[in-house]
Structures are given as structure tokens and as C-alpha cells.
Design a protein around this ligand. Sequence first.
Ligand code: MRU
Length: 368
Amino acid sequence: MKIDGKAMRTIWLEADGASVGIIDQTQLPHRFVTLILTTLTDAAHAIKSMQVRGAPLIGATAAYGVWLAMQADASDDSLARAYETLHATRPTAINLKWALDEMTAVLRERPQDERAAAALQRAGEIAEEDVGINQAIGRHGSVLIEAIAATKSKGERVNVLTHCNAGWLAAVDWGTALAPIYTAHEKGIALHVYADETRPRNQGASLTAWELGRHGVPHTVIPDNTGGHLMQHGMVDLVIVGTDRVTAQGDVCNKIGTYLKALAAADNNVPFYVALPSPTIDFTVIDGVREIPIEQRGPEEVAVMTGKAADGSIVSVQVVPDGSPVANYAFDVTPARLITGLITERGVLTASRDALAKAFPERAKSAI
Ligand code: MRU
């Protein structure tokens, strides 16, 4: 998507043909910094420290991380080490495992002297596939927004609420939940986005607001606990969120707080959609609440907030009393029954086992 008119992606092959460029998302929104990854350790650190984050981008970075490992050492041991190191970085987003399995399938049977080239080829394909998938999600999802726009009087905007960041910063380009929004915006549909701030790391306030603003999409940042009130007052036409893992029966794991938005949406008859690329489906898992591992992150994300001070410096301040214990669950699960539809690259599906298996039979079968 665009940053002040200039097209940009979140991850790219550097001109030296041996390293990968990324945007350091820990510095946004106040500083735009790019970094170069040259080793497996760099790639693992980028994922773990959340310099890159968001399920599809974690997957693409892991794929390039395998390539970086293969450049240094293309042995079976090195491939196994790369898999384990990258897999251990974050537990919830299934795109990570999906990408590592894809890379392993391509590399395992190849002679060692071909592995680096084959890894680069497959990592590049994974990145390109992500862009194509998200564009298709954008096409299908924008039809939903268009249909609501058709019911509005002249000058009225479609109001979309989103949680966390599932925009282009969470993917290679376009994003998942924001792809329908960007597509509708480009079609000239008048819309406005309510971006949940998304405590504790504030991906909505710092990333979603930043990318929507840079691309020129009207938006308002709201505290996480505001959505229910807006829905009660008819101020939200639909909710679109992303996801880190969708189970075979259509339960959706996403950033903590998503479940509460789904409950508020159900109580107010506001359609609640989840946008997902097929690599986010985990057909090996049925009951999301019981089976998906939920990442628990360090207490400092809750206890300390970082932002720009009046003099322009970036400062961190503690917002809880000294010694107060803190809990930091990074994700929650929204049961399929609360979901109006799943926006995928193959169309908008009901959140059900039948619909998912029918739309992605090749994925459903290989998981059995
Ligand atoms: O912890 P993060 O920032 O990696 O969180 C993941 C997400 O970006 C969100 O849960 C997002 O809504 C789904 S990923 C497109």
C-alpha cells in the first residue's frame, strides 16, 4: 500500500540478493525505520521482538529466515535447526508453522547445493501469494461494504470497526481485515474506520491508524472499551477483524479483546466478519477455545506505555503501581456461532466445518 503516495511492502529482497529488508514495526508510528536481516538469528529475533508481526507477515519472514539459514549452511541439521528456531518464536499464529512446512517440503529432498536457490524461490512465492490472496479478500470483502453503502443516504459513510492491526503491516501487502477497506476506498465508496487502540501493545493506535492515515483512509482511534457503546447507538455498520488461527469448525483466534467485540456485535445485530488467508486455517484443530495455545507475553507490555512526549522525544512510562501483578494474554478465541462470515480468497463463507472444508478441500484433506 502507500505511504504518502509511495508504494511499499513490509518485507523485500535487498539489492545485494543475499539479505531481506523489513520495516521495524516497534518504532511506529513515530519513527519509520527499516532493518536488514542477514541471518537466521536476525529473522528469529525480528519475529520474537515483534519488529515484524501479524500472522501472514510472520509466515513470510519465517520463510525468508529459512533461506538465510540455507545460505550459511544447507545441511539437514541446519534445516532442522532453522525450523525449530523459527517455530519457537511465537506460538499462536499458525501461518508460521504453515510457512515452515512449505519450506521444508520444498527443501527436504533437494541436494544441498540447490537448497539456497530453492528456498529463495519458495520464500518469494509465499510473499507473492500472500499479496494475491489479500487482493482477493479485498475484492470479496469490498462487496459487503458496497452493499451497505447502497443503503446509505447521500453523504453518509459506511462505518467499519476493526481491532488490532490486520492491515498491510500485518501481511506482505494489502492486509487481511483492511484489504476490503482499501479496496472499497479505491472504488470511491465513502467509508470511515473505527480503529480499536488494542491494549496492551496498541497495534490499532500505533499501526492501523498510521497505515490508514498514510494511505488517506478516514479513521478514528477509539479506546478498546468504546465499541459496544458505538454499536448500541448505530454508529458501526460492520466489524471486520483479522485472525491468527481459524479452526476446522470456524472458531477464530485473534488479538485479545476480539471476543468481546463479537459479543457486542451479536447483541446489537452488527455483522461481524473475519478476513483470513487460507494459510491461517488450521484443519488439525477443532475447538479453538480448548485447543489453540494462547501466547502469554511479558508484564511490561501492560505495565509500561511508550509514546511521544511534548518535546518530540520517545518516552516510556509505568502505568501500574510498583509491584502490582499483571496478566498479559495476547489472544482470545471467538466461537464460530458469533461470526457472520469468513472473508477468504475463495469468497465469503459461513463459519462452519462444511463451508471451510468445501472451500479448501486440499487443505482439509492433507490435515486428516
Ligand atoms: O501480536 P500480533 O501483533 O502479531 O497480533 C497479531 C495480529 O496482528 C492480530 O491478531 C491480527 O488481528 C491478526 S493477524 C492479520
